[in-house]
Design a protein around this ligand. Structure first.
Ligand code: ADP
Ligand code: MG
Ligand code: MG
Ligand code: MG
Ligand code: MG
Ligand code: MG
Length: 688
């Protein structure tokens, strides 16, 4: 594969012994790059997206749709073709936008997954925002062109029947392999590169039991209650871990899953931004952080697990649980024996601290119980890092490295960042602060990671572009989204609720604007829109700075939300204490910003279709993918109102998704014309 280091991966007992060494070398490498890169200035405002795909095997005549495990062969075919393009021989009519090299494909955890990124990051020009969707379509086409005729790249977050009894992979492998020890998925479900099975096995081994991914089942009219997951075998005796379910790992009313693939096998949409300098990167990290749960709920696309409708709509916590390597002591379920701390969250979770030196960042916003490694923090301080950033990294470094290659322990190479990245890249938080690589060739970057992948490239482009515009607005108007980080955590939980986008409220800051006197503009030279009042930054109680808002209010503003209320039945339990003060809304802010900068009419019109999608998803005028999938299942002739998503339903759902993709590739067709796929207008509107 060429992209991943080869070597001898240590099993957990051996890796555990080297954990301290890897951390200390990682910190040395971090300080090296910190000292090299902290003064970097004027890096370009670049950004890039990552799209992840499931690969399915589908044919009309075959009653089953399966996950194709041919990731390696597909990547190989793509790599061969890429060599051609590097010699300047891009395939004729490739559709690649001018000056944009062909997309890049990457391996992923699931052997049924692919990732694709643009050939080079996008720049600052507004026109480039229009190249994203064609590039995403091109990626899908190139991927498809390197697959077998009955293989398709699709952008559902999860395969609905992953882990269901019977055959769901092509080729078939029996379950209960030695690495995962899962009741439901074979070891071969993971990318065979030694890194991935080792990651899964060492997480399990460190934990002392299998991972435990329990999702509340959706209770429909005919769902037996209490509900016991009928696919769990309580009488298996092949591995010691088979005791887990006898020890309570599979409680009633939950869909029970027991392997990393159930989480890391999900597809998402990530956006990485390069900041002009360290200060701006830290600002972007903090300001985008409270938007994470909002965008998670808004992109909800994950209502089915293991052949059952779930009572949640998003993937996030399932991934968190699927890679949770904490010991019972660290989780607070047993006395702390050999471990250093109780740790409240999985290493895949919402981020736990802010990192900017912004004067608006009040001490009250931090988590007073943040767990950090004090000695690592001291090393970073001694190396010249400031307290706040040292705290961030000292928090990431409470984790053990999970996969260690013995070859990498021979000597410390200060021209690399491998040991730092070992810990950094297995802290899967909803924001990631990415230092420059060892050669300092690019700038400080911030990655926004919570969004769910959408079925169409139109939607994926819309959400990517929206996040880019929001980031520009944040920087131009110096917006302040700070709320206490614990409220971001709470919002993240709230985002999981079924149809949270319409049914729940989220903590959000009331006043985004800096006090009038210190209001400054930067970047594009845009000024704060005069239509929006700017009371002074409150200095009173922190609790007065935020309130519960609907996503409609957050995205569209209180005026639009009042005129276009989300569907009735929204949760109003918390209404007693909130005053309905005005909130401008992110879309109106983006529009003010676009008004203030030079965007040509055609570009502006095109951007308007993206903003319209976001606006309508937030208001409920359009449904989320999660709702669309639920409705697809509910209307299916085979659905018995018992929460079971059978093989025929799965096949028909995937067929619909493939059909939508096929029609999307053909320009000039409205969604209403996509044959045999109901409800697309409700998902996508007339927006094309
Ligand atoms: P990871 O998987 O670690 O998040 P990837 O390399 O898969 O990283 O993707 C990161 C994204 O960042 C890609 O879309 C890529 O185009 C983009 N990118 C690369 N270099 C830069 C840069 N200097 N600034 C901003 N984005 C960049
Ligand atoms: Mg990537
Ligand atoms: Mg990656
Ligand atoms: Mg990825
Ligand atoms: Mg990424
Ligand atoms: Mg209210």
């Amino acid at each position: 594969m060429g992209l991943l280091a080869q070597g001898t991966a240590l099993d957990w007992p051996a890796a555990k012994k080297e954990a301290g060494l890897v951390r200390s070398w990682g910190i040395k490498q971090l300080l090296e790059i910190w000292n090299k890169a902290k003064g970097k200035e004027r890096d370009a405002m670049l950004w890039g997206d990552e799209v992840e795909y499931l690969v399915v095997t589908y044919s009309q005549d075959d009653p089953k749709v399966l996950l194709s495990l041919r990731q390696a062969s597909i990547l190989e075919a793509l790599a061969c073709d890429k060599e051609l393009s590097q010699e300047g021989n891009a395939p004729n009519g490739s559709g690649s936008p001018a000056n944009q090299p062909l997309p890049v494909f990457h391996p992923e955890f699931g052997r049924f997954m692919l990732e694709a990124t643009p050939g080079k990051p996008w720049g600052i020009e507004f026109k480039e925002l229009l190249e994203v969707e064609p590039d995403m379509k091109l990626r899908r086409r190139i991927a498809k062109d390197h697959m077998l005729p009955d293989e398709y790249p699709i952008t559902l977050t999860t395969f609905p029947r992953l882990g269901s009894p019977g055959v769901f992979t092509n080729p078939f492998y029996p379950v209960s392999g030695s690495k995962l020890r899962s009741q439901f998925v074979p070891d071969e479900i993971a990318n065979p590169h030694i890194r991935f099975p080792t990651l899964a096995a060492n997480i399990r081994s460190r934990r002392g039991r299998k991972v435990q991914v329990n999702v509340p089942v959706f209770r429909d009219e005919q769902t037996p209650w209490p509900w016991r997951d009928p696919t769990v075998n309580f009488d298996l005796h092949e591995w010691p871990e088979d005791d887990d379910v006898r020890n309570g790992a599979a409680p009633d009313n939950f869909i029970h899953m027991d392997a990393m693939a159930f989480g890391m096998g999900s597809c998402c949409l990530q956006i990485t931004f390069q900041a002009k300098n360290l200060t701006e990167g830290r600002q972007m990290y903090d300001q985008l952080s409270p938007l994470g749960p909002i965008m998670l709920a808004l992109t909800a696309a994950t209502p089915i697990y293991k052949g059952f409708l779930a009572d949640t709509d998003v993937r996030w916590n399932q991934i968190g649980n699927a890679v949770d390597d904490r010991t019972p002591g660290e989780m607070g379920e047993a006395p702390l024996a050999n471990d250093r701390w109780r740790i409240p969250k999985s290493r895949y979770a919402s981020n736990s601290t802010y990192i900017s030196e912004d004067s608006r960042l009040r001490p009250e916003y931090f988590d007073p119980d943040l767990v950090i490694d004090e000695s690592i923090k001291q090393q970073l301080l001694d190396g010249g890092m400031d307290d706040r950033l040292a705290t961030h990294f000292a928090h990431l470094f409470i984790r053990d490295p999970i996969v260690i290659f013995s070859e990498d322990l021979k000597e410390l190479d200060m021209n690399k960042t491998d040991h730092f990245e070992n810990i950094q890249s297995t802290n899967w938080q909803h924001m990631r602060f990415k230092p420059p690589p060892a050669d300092n060739s690019i700038g400080w970057r911030v990655e926004f990671r919570p969004m769910e992948i959408q079925m169409t490239d139109f939607e994926n482009a819309a959400f990517s572009v929206f996040m880019v515009l929001v980031t520009r607005v944040i920087l131009s108007y110096n917006l302040n989204f700070y709320i206490p980080i614990k409220k971001v955590d709470e919002n993240m939980e709230t985002a999981h609720a079924r149809d949270a986008v319409l049914s729940r409220k989220f903590y959000f800051r009331r006043n985004l604007f800096p006090p009038a006197r210190t209001a400054r503009s930067s970047g594009s030279g845009a000024s704060t829109p005069s239509t929006i009042s700017r009371p002074p930054t409150p200095t009173g109680p922190v609790e007065d700075e935020y309130r519960l808002m609907t996503i409609n209010e957050i995205i569209n503003g209180t005026a639009y939300a009042a005129a276009n209320p989300a569907k009735p039945g929204a949760d109003d339990n918390n209404d007693d204490d909130d005053e309905e003060d005005d909130f401008p809304g992110l879309i109106p802010l983006v529009e003010s910003y676009l008004d203030s900068v030079n965007v040509d009419v055609a570009t502006r019109c095109h951007l308007a279709t993206y903003l319209s999608l976001i606006r309508k998803r937030a208001s409920g005028e359009l449904v989320t993918a999660a709702t669309w999938i639920r409705e697809f299942v509910a209307k299916h002739p085979e659905y018995k109102r018992d929460s079971v998503v059978g093989e025929k339903m799965t096949k028909d759902l995937i067929a619909a998704v493939i059909e939508v993709g096929r029609c999307e590739a053909e320009e000039g067709k409205g969604w209403g014309e996509v044959v045999g796929v109901p409800g697309l207008e409700g998902l996508l509107g007339g927006l094309r």
